[in-house]
Design a binder for this molecule. Structure first.
Ligand code: ADP
Ligand code: ZN
Length: 730
């Protein structure tokens, strides 16, 4: 049995978020501390926050060991959370301090419990009554035992705050401390749900039974957009709530819409906790604390919600499980979908992976029986899948500054005449992907990265999509000094918007692109306005493919269906297939049937044909066979190693050294490829070199990689990042 409490003076190992390679020994403070306690400890001249990770090692002179300064006011980190972080760190080869940082993103964690002053009716009456005083006291009497903040009370009774302060001094008004972080309202699973279709009911009861049983298990819930996956998993959430356990619904950030939250609120009668990038510090602090105390039963959140300190987690839903935004590509490289499965397996919770177009990984796990699989076959109600067709761009002969074919234009005209909405989809932000000098052919690139600058006319800047660097549009060519010869080449959504305005002069055209709105909130508001009928023609990037309902949308035109076909990425085909199916799924969600038209120069390409035929199982089987043949994920293992630094020769030397000294990898049968310049060879002035490790499916790759990269001493500004199961090859 592990010791769970340490008396004053006992040695404890404290893990901090500082980049050290081990937990450090400290003496337990006065009053002792629990295993898992959040503590403040001295580190050199500083004070840092850490977690009591276990008994101290005791390999250091006891007299010189310092004491924990204080135990913080937060529930100790649970064993299962510590196990989760340890296993996640081992899987992703992330140092523990960086992993701990993900789990301590609680604003004000080190602060005393946050209190605020509240005011209620006091015990005495003032000797001298004024009009203002009377208003306050009458107001408080009217509201019985309710209490208010100073600001509320002043506003509601129409007096200044000094009047209230005066009444407090006379004890006519009582001032009290009340915790600022309040529990979340109760979520009621017994409120009526919608009447499920037989298909949906079967799916819901199967998954709910698993939730009730309280063991770990993962279910792939597949069904086309609109088939009722959300209805089904909300029933699983209800089952978790009934069992007294917490539930987490993970969504891609952009899918966290007011529309979705309203549905949840209707089902359970209260608003859940919402954990996303737009949440304020105060909201975050409240969620973190209440989740830890079991006083937030349901959390709806983006991927980092996985690291909240749940007290009793019974269900994790990963909606749109194939979405690439679940893979964190910065800092700790983890895939929230996979980490959700790990976390659930440690606490006996169920996982639901919901998607219309699952990732090949999840599909294969369901095929092999590792996951259960539930399918919803039809769209709910009268809505049917859209008709899909291609437009052969070879016969359209468009001028070079036009992208909407006549066939597509005619189809849009028909919808507009019928008072319906049409969407033109192009997965390219900005005005034009290339800015070229017509005199010398120079293309404007980023000074920091190996990337072209993309014109954003809306922002009136050129922008690098790698590092975010912007600069003004040059008037003269930076290379040959010719004036007035810089020209945009190719379309981005902004430019497509211009074309749409010309083609459909009567229509209201809206361009939806993540960079055109000040905040996620503003963007969501815009999407909601459009869904409610605020535009006739919608121009959008992939963000419109994600989970939003446009009930009046009946036509989707894909401007360039070939964009994803030529990628060198192993998942290019899968991604294109998913994206095209999803975008098409936006059309005809309500009563009106939809059509999707794909503009392509390669209508006979097998992938385009698979998209058109809608033969998903066929597509997956073919894709799986190809990957199995090549021994790549999910039928083999891969890891990317990216070395980066300001000096290109030094980076290559280090990479070559690793490539040559590959014994640790060879011993487990893993191969290393490279070094090669990474597809983006320079980002923010750092040169990037990549090694790719490939191994068979059963190989314990992490141990071998840890041993292998352990040979390299990282000197100076050289950095190394390991990407297990890389998703993108940047
Ligand atoms: P998905 O998550 O698969 O895209 P949703 O759960 O969002 O599908 O369902 C699509 C639409 O159909 C939603 O507006 C939903 O409220 C409605 N819907 C689905 N199933 C039912 C049902 N059994 N009764 C009433 N409305 C339903
Ligand atoms: Zn750049």
């Amino acid at each position: 049995m592990t010791q769970s409490f340490f008396d004053e003076g006992a040695l404890v190992a404290v893990l901090t978020t500082q980049p050290l390679d081990r937990a450090l020994d400290y003496k337990a403070p006065e009053g002792g501390c629990h295993l898992g306690a959040f503590v403040e400890v001295p580190l050199g001249p500083r004070k840092v926050i850490g977690v009591v990770w276990g008994p101290g090692k005791g390999d250091y002179d006891y007299a010189k060991i310092r004491s924990v300064i204080r135990v913080l006011d937060a529930a100790p980190m649970r064993q299962e959370m510590r196990d989760f972080l340890t296993k996640a760190a081992a899987y992703t080869l992330t140092p523990m301090p960086a992993m701990l940082r993900l789990a301590t993103r609680a604003p004000g964690l080190g602060d005393p419990p946050s209190m605020r002053k509240i005011y209620r009716r006091g015990t005495s009456d003032p000797d001298r009554m004024t009009d203002a005083r009377r208003r306050v006291l009458e107001f408080l009497s009217d509201y019985g035992d309710l209490s208010f903040t100073l600001k509320e009370l002043a506003e509601l009774s129409g007096v200044t705050s000094s009047v209230i302060k005066g009444l407090v001094a006379l004890e006519a008004v009582a001032e009290e401390d009340s915790p600022r972080d309040l529990p979340f309202p109760h979520m009621d699973p017994e409120r009526p749900s919608k009447d499920l279709t037989p298909d949906q009911a079967t799916a819901a009861s199967q998954i709910s039974a698993a939730v009730k049983a309280g063991d770990y298990g993962t279910t792939l819930l597949r069904g086309v957009t609109g088939s009722g996956k959300t209805e089904v998993y909300l029933e699983a959430v209800a089952a978790a709530l009934r069992a007294g356990r917490q539930a987490l619904v993970l969504l891609p950030e952009i899918a966290l819409t007011a529309e979705f939250l309203k549905r949840v609120e209707e089902r359970f009668g209260a608003r859940p906790a919402e954990w996303h990038s737009g949440a304020t510090m105060t909201e975050r602090r409240r969620i973190w604390r209440m989740v830890g105390q079991g006083q937030a039963q349901l959390v709806i959140g983006a991927r980092s919600a996985l690291f909240l300190p749940y007290q009793n987690l019974g269900l994790i839903v990963v909606d749109e499980e194939h979405d690439t935004s679940y893979k964190q590509e910065d800092g700790v490289l983890y895939n929230a979908r996979d980490m959700a499965v790990l976390r659930a397996s440690l606490v006996g919770a169920q996982v639901i992976l919901a998607s219309a177009t699952p990732s090949l990984e999840s599909w294969a796990n369901a095929q092999s029986g590792k996951y259960s699989r539930v399918d919803l076959e039809a769209r709910f109600g009268p809505a049917v899948m859209p008709t899909m067709q291609t437009i052969d761009m070879r016969s359209e002969k468009l001028p070079s500054d036009r992208w909407v074919s006549d066939a597509l234009k005619r189809a849009v005209d028909v919808r507009l005449a019928a008072g319906e909405q049409a969407m033109l989809f192009l997965n390219r932000r900005g005005y034009a992907p290339i800015t070229l000098c017509r005199a010398c052919g120079h293309q404007v690139g980023c000074d920091q990265c190996d990337a072209r600058m993309v014109e954003h006319r809306f922002l009136k800047r050129l922008m690098c999509h790698q590092c975010g660097e912007t600069k003004p549009m040059p008037e003269k060519c930076p290379s040959c000094d010719a004036e007035g010869r810089m020209a945009p080449v190719g379309p981005g959504v902004e430019r497509l918007g211009e074309e749409a305005v010309k083609l459909f002069p009567e229509a209201r055209v809206a361009v939806l692109s993540s960079d055109m709105y000040g905040s996620a909130r503003a963007l969501k508001a815009e999407i909601e306005g459009i869904a409610a009928g605020g535009a006739d023609v919608i121009i959008g990037t992939q963000l419109v493919a994600k989970g939003h309902n446009f009930p009046n949308l009946t036509l989707v035109g894909v401007i360039d269906a070939d964009l994803g076909l030529q990628g060198s990425d192993l998942r290019a085909a899968e991604r294109t297939f998913q994206l095209m199916r999803q975008v098409a799924g936006r059309a005809g969600r309500a009563e009106k049937p939809g059509t999707a038209m794909l503009q392509t120069y390669q209508p006979e390409h097998p992938l385009i044909r698979a998209i058109l035929a809608g033969d998903e199982e066929g597509f997956w089987r073919a894709e799986a066979a190809e990957r199995e043949q090549a021994g790549v994920p999910p039928y083999g293992r891969m890891a990317g190693i990216i070395l980066s630094g300001p000096d290109v020769a030094q980076v290559f030397d280090a990479a070559n050294m690793l490539a040559r000294n590959n014994r640790a990898l060879a011993q487990v049968g893993a191969q290393v490829f490279g070094p090669a310049p990474a597809p983006i060879a320079r980002i923010r002035g750092r040169h990037r070199v990549r090694l790719l490790v490939k191994a068979g499916k059963g190989v314990a790759l992490q141990g071998a990689i840890a041993q292998w990269i352990g040979q390299l001493r990282l000197k100076g500004d050289l950095r190394l990042a390991v990407d297990i199961d890389p998703q993108s090859f940047y």
